[in-house]
Design a protein around this ligand. Structure first.
Ligand code: UDX
Length: 479
């Protein structure tokens, strides 16, 4: 990797959480000189020595590589923003403690930290997910506090990266959205992302409010898709239909598509749940709450899947969870992450514990975080020790290691072969063949519907291949 490529803007990144660190490392990998800043001295020291404070596949290697080039630096001194041409704001916008609104105090604090040092023409770029109208407010704040006044411009470039795919989503995003107030800002942003743009990434250049709204709308749509299929799972449960086959059948319709149509325990994490709530809250403030009132139902469907999972486990425990030994496989809100924010798996584990069950949790990466937030639960160091003696096994985060486990080997370790697959991650037939009672959300108990064979002998005319008449064949052949 070469050192800094000349005549490129110098970049600062404010906030070294998940988003900021990924952004800083990826921009340094693209050849920019980057200084990433944070108030957290421990985090900065750890990053300086090449250690990531969270888990993300591939990122530790890229961090160490970019540190070696000298292009990437970490600092707690916000005056370093005085040297930057472009400053990315990558601080968190969590849910407020007392309402569903977004808590913007990290963003306000970031502006207050950097503004006094901005005595030169530069571009400040917000990446965090924010309520519509925030960028305009921050722009006024920034320009009134910065010595350079209106020479300091503000743009909004929402980030769509998924945990577990952070590098690919940053270096090869599906699209780039630039909310700008001038041609100059647009040119600067195009320069920062010249490489993905040259590789064909589409750019949507727009105003600040549209850019903010794209992110809220995208996450709301994704959450709605997940809750839609999970609502169908509820209907399947009442009818004996199979939600997996239903989702597959829907996915072949190119107007619907198969992405985010995986039924199960539903969505969690630091983004989708809080983003739909903050969006609904902001829409109500703007007097258009009725337009997104469906998001409340999206949230409610999602929460119901957690209770339904507890109910299914209770059924397997013959209606009483008291002292029942349950192995919970998974703690992270999704695989390939150690993030436990609003993790459905841990929420279910907590509910089971509160109902009197003896819950043991195992997760390949998220155990330290889980232990800190849920000290009341028990934790096992391995998959085998988690399931040992269990009366019900609940797979709640679909890590590959759980998919690969041999049902016969697990079966020899448990007290009773009861398994609830909260993520449709396991081979139901293989578990049933190994003597397990396999249950999942939205699919009937028993063999998967796809495997059902006709039980009655059928007339030959029903099993003969149908050959089109020659005169019609050309009409129905694809041209
Ligand atoms: C999400 C958005 O995808 C991303 O664009 C945005 O920048 C941040 O929020 P992330 O929270 O990392 O990303 O995870 P994502 O992969 O979207 O999954 C969110 C949750 O939905 C997980 O709990 C996952 O298990 C669940 N999910 C996802 C489903 O239940 N079914 C699906 O089909 C897809």
């Amino acid at each position: 990797m070469s050192s800094v490529i000349p005549n490129r803007p110098r970049i600062a990144v404010i906030g070294t959480g998940y988003l900021g660190t990924t952004q800083a490392v990826c921009l340094a990998a693209l050849g920019f000189a980057v200084t990433a800043m944070d108030v957290d001295q421990d985090k900065i020291s750890s990053l300086r020595s090449g250690l990531l404070p969270f888990y993300e596949p591939g990122l530790p290697e890229l961090l160490q590589e970019t540190l070696r080039t000298g292009r990437l630096q970490f600092s707690t001194e916000f005056e370093r923003s005085a040297d930057a041409d472009v400053i990315f704001l990558c601080v968190g916008t969590p849910q407020s403690a007392d309402s569903s609104a977004a808590d913007l105090h990290f963003l306000d604090a970031a502006i207050a930290e950097i503004a006094p040092h901005l005595a030169h023409k530069c571009l400040v770029v917000g990446k965090s997910t924010v309520p519509i109208g925030t960028a305009n407010r921050l722009r006024t704040l920034l320009q009134s506090a910065a010595p350079a006044g209106p020479l300091v411009e503000l743009a909004w470039n929402p980030e769509f990266l998924r945990e577990g795919h952070a590098i690919a989503d940053t270096l090869r995003p599906d699209r780039l959205v630039f909310g700008v107030t001038s041609e100059w800002s647009l040119r600067v942003l195009r320069g920062c992302f010249a490489q993905p743009i040259a590789a064909g990434t589409p750019v949507i250049a727009t105003d600040l409010a549209t850019a903010e709204l794209v992110k809220a709308a995208a996450n709301s749509f994704l959450a709605t898709k997940i809750s839609y299929i999970n609502a169908m799972a509820e209907v399947c449960e009442a009818t004996g239909a199979d939600v997996n086959l239903l989702a597959e059948a829907l996915s072949y319709d190119s107007r619907i598509g198969g992405g985010f149509l995986k039924p199960g325990l539903g969505f969690g994490g630091g983004c989708l749940p809080k983003d739909i709530r903050a969006f609904a809250h902001r829409a109500a403030e703007l007097g258009v709450g009725h337009a997104v009132v469906f998001l409340r139902e999206v949230d409610a469907i999602n929460q119901r899947r957690r209770q339904r999972t507890v109910d299914l486990i209770t059924e397997m425990a013959c209606g009483d969870l008291q002292e029942v030994k349950i192995a919970v496989l998974g703690a992270a809100f999704k695989p390939d992450s150690d993030d436990i924010r609003d993790a459905p798996a841990l929420d279910v584990a907590r509910m089971l514990h509160q109902a009197g069950a003896r819950v043991t949790v195992y997760d390949p990466r998220a155990m330290p975080n889980a232990r800190k937030s849920y000290p009341e639960l028990s934790y096992a160091p391995t998959l085998a020790s988690a399931v040992a003696g269990a009366e019900v096994v609940a797979l709640l985060t679909e890590w590959e290691v759980f998919r690969q486990a041999d049902p016969a080997v697990l079966g020899a370790l448990v007290e009773r072969r009861n398994i609830v697959d909260g993520r449709h991650a396991l081979d139901a037939a293989a578990y049933q063949a190994a003597g397990w009672d396999y249950r999942a959300l939205g699919t009937p108990a028993g063999p998967p519907a796809r495997l059902l064979e006709p039980v009655m002998p059928e007339p030959a005319r029903l099993s003969q291949p149908v050959v089109p008449e020659p005169a019609l064949a050309s009409a129905i052949e694809p041209v």
